[in-house]
Design a binder for this molecule. Structure first.
Ligand SMILES: [Zn+2]
Length: 356
């Protein structure tokens, strides 16, 4: 039976301090002081790479799978910045906070250290937060504003090609399968396949960069998704999704754009997202797909800013006509080709109209 000694040196309640540190050691070992402690949302975060050696555990980051693997006598445990779970074999522990990248290193919360990491060590652990509970409260609305204002286009040079780069966000991923359709087809797999077909075609025919928010089956937070799309040369963003419904009848493509922001900086007449959606709709219709409409999406996380952005609900995975298209390479390629035709036309129109 393992016993954990958790002791805390309480700081002055309410005091705000920049300095912070934690001490960690297996009982009997010299104490390791980690003074790189970040406070976010009222919680202390410490780099996982700093925590493991004192616990005689090892860790490796897999950039392809977006997973951090913790190994020790207990076996293997997996965490990911995109996931709220710690996975050990077939079992999952729910985390109060996801691990997160701060200042280039993967960091875990104080809560994670106490409840999930320390129990992985095979002897007693001493862990002290030398300066607990002292971070100022985070203003939620300003955090959301920062997140959503990513999608602002930078000035485009005059000699730039029609489109300099595009960003694609295959919806869902990892532990979030999205909607599930007939034959168990998962939205996360369909969206990734569509993105990859489209990426290939854009690269081959336009020779411009295509940024994918994810290129494999892993989960991502909103912030990571928008950060990818916020590259300075991105001229259009497509968010790719597919739906499911309780009935089999619901069918067809829906395109969503941000509600028009009525303020002086963004005159409603220059709504390029709407233009992009209309061009995509025409291209999809021409390719034989059923487009049900272009809708405004106040509830969908689509960011803010002037980057032309369209959320594509590619069809219903529960519909007997849509599903075989979205679930097969041939259909995915055809759908991606229609989106490509629309994007290409959008680029040409923008160049012609001098709207750079
Ligand atoms: Zn979705």
């Amino acid at each position: 039976m393992r016993i954990f000694i958790l002791s805390m040196v309480l700081g002055l309640l309410g005091a705000v301090s920049v300095l912070a540190a934690v001490e960690i050691a297996l009982e009997g070992d010299p104490v390791t002081v980690i003074d790189e402690v970040y406070h976010r949302d009222g919680m202390a975060y410490v780099a996982i790479d700093d925590l493991l050696p004192p616990l005689r555990l090892t860790g490796t980051w897999n950039a392809v799978e977006h997973v951090y693997r913790i190994e020790g006598a207990f076996g293997t445990a997996l965490i990911s910045p995109g996931s709220r779970f710690l996975r050990q074999g077939g079992s999952f522990e729910l985390l109060a906070q996801k691990p997160r990248f701060i200042d280039g290193r993967l960091r875990v919360s104080d809560d994670f250290i106490r409840k999930h990491l320390i129990p992985l060590a095979d002897v007693r652990v001493i862990y002290r937060d030398l300066n607990p509970g002292v971070s100022p409260p985070v203003d939620e609305s300003s955090a959301m504003d920062r997140l959503f204002s990513f999608l602002l286009r930078k000035e485009k040079p005059n000699d730039a090609p029609q489109l300099r780069a595009i960003a694609l966000d295959p919806g869902h991923g990892g532990q979030d399968p999205g909607s599930i359709g007939l034959n168990g087809v998962k939205e996360k797999d369909v969206t990734l396949a569509l993105a990859q077909h489209l990426q290939k075609q854009v690269k081959m025919e336009l020779g411009i960069p295509v940024y994918l928010t994810r290129d494999a089956d892993y989960g991502l937070g909103l912030e990571d998704r928008f950060r990818t799309a916020a590259q300075p040369d991105v001229d259009a963003l497509l968010l790719l999704h597919a739906q499911s419904s309780f009935g089999l009848q619901a069918q067809g493509v829906f395109l969503y754009v941000r509600p028009i922001e009525l303020n002086e900086d963004t005159p409603a007449s220059v709504d390029e997202s709407q233009k992009l959606a209309e061009i995509l709709s025409a291209a999809l219709t021409q390719a034989g797909f059923v487009v049900q409409g272009i809708l405004s999406a106040p509830l969908l996380p689509m960011g803010q800013g002037d980057l032309p952005t369209v959320l594509v609900e590619a069809g219903f995975l529960t519909n007997p006509d849509d599903r075989p298209i979205l679930d097969a390479a041939e259909g995915q390629q055809r759908f991606a080709a229609a989106l490509f035709a629309g994007l290409k036309k959008f680029g040409e129109k923008r160049q012609k109209s001098g709207d750079l």
